[in-house]
Every structure is written in structure tokens, then in C-alpha cells.
Design a protein around this ligand. Sequence first.
Ligand code: UT7
Length: 339
Amino acid sequence: MIKESAGSNSSILSVGIYRATNLVPNSAIVEKIDSTDEWIQQRTGIETRRFADKNVSVVDMGTAAAKQALDRAKLTAADVDVIILASITYPHQTPSGASGIAANIGANKAAAFDLSAACAGFTYGIGLAKDLIKGGTAKHVLVVGSEKISDFTNPTDRATAFIFADGAGAVVVGPSDEIGIGPTAWGSDSDQRDAITMSSWLDYKDTDAPASSIAWPDIVQEGQRVFRWAVFSVSKVGSKAIELAGIKPSDLKAFVPHQANLRIIESMAKDMKLPAEVQIADDIRTNGNTSAASIPLAMDTLLAEHPELHGKNALLVGFGAGLVYAGQVVELPPLPVNS
Ligand code: UT7
């Protein structure tokens, strides 16, 4: 008879981050897109964003965030069973970026794979980590979101150049007595998958296009269409996650959504009827939209500003290209020992 491995409840044990080093104000972006600091702040809430150095990669940033998360959880690489890297800007199909992080941190035996769910990648990863632990397939899972979107953004594109940014965040998900991660509300509106896309050099493979006309694969989006979808649909995902967790909005202490646009975040909070006391992460103001990295980066900022939120209930919601979405209620990680 086939034996089943025993699983357990899980929680987020720690968060770690890497902030890209170059802080770029709106004033440095506006000329190429005929925009203004005022327009960008009013429409998105973004005042500054961060771009990584040329020689710093998605794997480098993910490695730094993963190491900090492990340190804060008082765990070592040997404790890691699985590494999931959520990214849309790791520029190789194979080997995976996750295997690069595994090698860098010395978790050479850990299962490692990449996950492509754009700005929902981190919350997709949290859902998977919870289920891997519940199923007994893993004890500790590193979920890493790392993006170098500046490599795939056209600085003259008025719909993307001022939004996207670079950085990485990671969490260690591990066993716990209590349920620290609620069920994941997730899915896609895949009939809208053309709303955010990235071109490919393969598009030119069987054409006679001269090399000089072959464009770099940048991210393009129909901003207003994505905005309308996010405002109309994504708060329902958050409400579903709250319902699945068996709690009420008033049981939440924090809301840490994907940092796409401050207006989207505020609209979601209103639609979900979050009480005014719920702290809302707004890391986008200073760090821009870092896709799969935005939720752990925003979580770290919120915990630094509000240490009383360690261990408290937060709603996470990710959404983006696909169009895909995922959300869950989690207990924010405990205050690291010695911090
Ligand atoms: O994380 C990945 C998922 N992506 C998102 O969640 C992005 C969602 N979308 C958005 O955040 C917003 O749609 C944007 C911030 C991208 C754009 O804001 P918007 O309020 O939807 O602007 P719009 O495209 O409707 O344009 C409004 C006006 C237009 O001018 P008129 O026709 O009203 O005179 C545009 O020409 O703003 C103009 N405009 C700009 N002006 C200055 C458009 N882009 C710019 C710009 N700078 N970059």
C-alpha cells in the first residue's frame, strides 16, 4: 500500500528584502514621456522608484532577500526544502532562477522552480507553499519575488515607463501549530490576456525583418483597461479570501496588496469595506511597482513602520498580467528575535 506523508499547518516565519540601489525621482523619468511629476503622483501615487545597478540580476536580488529571510527566521539553507521564484523578468527559460538562488544560498538539494504569474506571482507562491506543507511535501518553503523590470521597460513608453521598478522580497513559509495562512482565492480572466504582454524575438523568427527592426522584448500594457479590471474585479478576490478564512474585514489589522497604483489600492479598500483602522501598505509611493516583489517589499516597509503588526492578520492580494489574481489572509511574520 502507498504511504502518505504527514503535513501540518503553516505560517509565514519571516520576510527579507533587497531594495535596488538607485532611487529615481519622477523628475528623472518625465522628459522622455512628456509627463510631469504632478501627473504621475496624482494618477499613481508614485514619487520615486528604484532601479537596480546594471550588473545586479534577478537572481542576485532574490538571493539577498532569501538570505535575509532565512537569517530572520533563524534557519539555514539546509532547512529549505523548496524554493519558488516568482518573476517575469528573469531572462532565461532554463535553468530556473530558483536554482540559481538555491546554489547561491547553499540549498543545493532543495527543489527549485520558477513561477510565472506576473504581479500575482507572490500570492500564487504563498498558496502553493501552504499546500506543499499541508500535503507533507515540504517543511520549509522559500517564496521569493524578484524583478528587474527596468531591463524590460521602454523608457519612452508613456504607459509603463513611470510605473515599473526593481527589487526583491522573500518569505520563509514553515510549519506552525495554528493556521497562519488562509485558503487562497485565485484564478484568471484569461480572455483578457492581451491587456499586458511582453513581445518575443521569436515573433520575428520566420519573417524577413532586418536585425535593426527587431525590437527588444518590453512589457506593454493597456493601462486604462487594466485599471478598470483591477478596480472592478480584484476587490472581489480580496473579499473572497476574507470569507474563505472565516473572518470579517474588522478582524484584519493590515492590507498588503500588489503595489500597482495607489488609486487601485484605495478603491479596493473601499469596496471591501475595510475599517479605517486597517493599515494599508503604500510602498508604491517611494518604490514603484515591482510586480512579483511588491507584496513582500510592502510587507517589510509596513512592519518597519508598524512593529505592532507582527503576528497580526493581513490580507494579501496580487493581480496582473494573464490577467491573473490570488489573495489570502495571513498572519504577518513574528518580530525576529534580536531585532
Ligand atoms: O502591475 C501591473 C498591472 N498594471 C496596472 O495595474 C496598471 C493599471 N493602470 C494604471 O495604473 C493607469 O491606467 C495608468 C497609471 C497607467 C494611467 O492612468 P490613467 O488615469 O488610466 O490615464 P489614461 O491612460 O486614461 O490617460 C489620461 C490622460 C490622457 O490625456 P487626455 O486624453 O485626458 O487629455 C493621456 O493622454 O493622461 C494622458 N497621459 C499621460 N499624461 C502624462 C497618459 N499617460 C500619460 C503620462 N504622462 N505618462
